[in-house]
Design a protein around this ligand. Structure first.
Ligand SMILES: [Zn+2]
Length: 377
């Protein structure tokens, strides 16, 4: 093929991509708007719209209000053209989700199923994933991949869990799952998956610190619109910051880690009841004892946030299982306690609260393939 031929193909591909990305960003648009904003010729835009529509990637859906003359077609992407499956593996259960091209969770479920690092577990869990895909009647070619968020730090190539003290899954490999699944598979540390979802929801943030308030605590650092991995993949593991050298024993073998004060497990233990009951009783405001437990929890969280904010001067995102339980009053209380001992005030508006609860890591994991797909068009 001549050089000119190649160039023409690349230009065509670039234009197709530009048009698709534009529609994706705008969510709903018209041909004229694309022509104007991309400064592309009408015939080029028309041609690309036809191609994208033929491929099933975009659709015309209704009309814009006419400002005189013919009504313009409303153009949007087909958001369920492809679907990504996200899995969140925990000690006693796993979460499963199907996510569309906008990152909306079309479906979420929790399946009680204790983890064990055995071939039988991987066989059964992947059978359940296949069953989930079949039950929801997702065509095989629709599935971009299965992305698995696990507790534990992965190797830089995401093939192996290098540190898995919570679930005792050190040495777990991606192939344990992928050998049974006819889809591309990916493995990620659950805190990083959660941070990916929060970053997806806050594309305006250059930097942030994510506090993942799950059954076990997690965290992640976002800088330059990316999740900071670190020299040995453990950047952002705020759960092992020591806040009291004589404190309770942590699963890592040390004492007084933030995990032992601010994980949902620690809160449950202090309250002597499950999280759901704790918050419903707490909000009734009848138990001074529960109010005190919650205040103590927030004090410890504020202590950690204050110190971390001195290292990473950036907004804080409260994410994961406990996040949807936070009220505005809690954020105000937290901010007050962060600022009481800090030379630099953290504005209440710089604390964001995630909305996906316990499904945050699974949805974030699924976004790995969505992100890859969108950028490859
Ligand atoms: Zn620890």
């Amino acid at each position: 093929m001549s050089e000119k031929g190649l160039t023409n193909i690349s230009v065509k591909k670039i234009n197709r991509s530009k048009v698709y990305q534009y529609i994706y960003r705008k969510k709903i648009t018209s041909k004229l708007q694309i022509v104007q904003d991309l400064q592309m010729g009408l015939s080029t835009v028309s041609q690309n719209l036809n191609l994208l529509e033929q491929d099933g990637l975009i659709e015309k859906n209704g009309y814009f209000e006419s400002t005189g003359g013919r009504k313009a077609n409303a153009i949007q992407i087909v958001s369920d053209f492809r679907i990504s499956i996200g899995i969140g593996i925990l000690k006693n259960m796993f979460h499963i989700t199907a996510v569309d091209l906008y990152g909306n969770a079309l479906y979420t479920n929790t399946i009680p199923f204790p983890y064990s690092n055995t071939p039988d577990y991987y066989k059964q869990v992947t059978d359940k994933i296949k069953e989930f895909i079949a039950t929801n009647q997702y065509d095989e070619e629709k599935i971009l991949g299965v992305s698995i968020a696990t507790q534990g730090i992965t190797s830089p190539d995401h093939s192996t869990v290098l540190y898995g003290n919570i679930m005792n899954n050190t040495g777990m490999i991606l192939e344990d799952f992928s050998r049974y699944l006819p889809y591309p598979c990916y493995l990620e540390h659950d805190s990083k998956s959660a941070a990916f979802l929060e970053l997806w929801k806050h594309p305006e943030l250059d930097s942030a610190v994510v506090f993942l308030l799950n059954r076990n605590l997690g965290g992640a650092i976002i800088t330059n619109h990316q999740i900071h991995q670190g020299s040995s993949m453990h950047s952002g593991t705020i759960e092992h910051i020591c806040i009291n050298p004589d404190g309770p024993l942590c699963y890592c073998g040390n004492r007084g880690c933030l995990e032992t004060y601010c994980s949902a497990n620690a809160l449950e233990q202090a309250a002597g009841m499950n999280i759901k009951d704790f918050f419903s009783l707490l909000r009734e405001k009848k138990s001074p004892q529960l109010t005190q437990i919650w205040k103590d929890y927030l004090h410890h969280l504020a202590f950690a946030m204050k110190n971390i904010n001195l290292i990473i001067d950036a907004p804080i995102i409260i994410s994961g299982y406990l996040a949807p339980y936070f009220l505005e009053d809690d954020i105000a209380y937290l901010t007050k306690h962060i600022n009481v001992s800090s030379p630099f005030a953290l504005n209440k508006e710089h604390i964001f609260v995630g909305t996906n609860g316990q499904y945050t890591p699974a949805i974030g994991a699924a976004l790995f393939y969505v992100n890859q797909f969108i950028h490859a068009i």
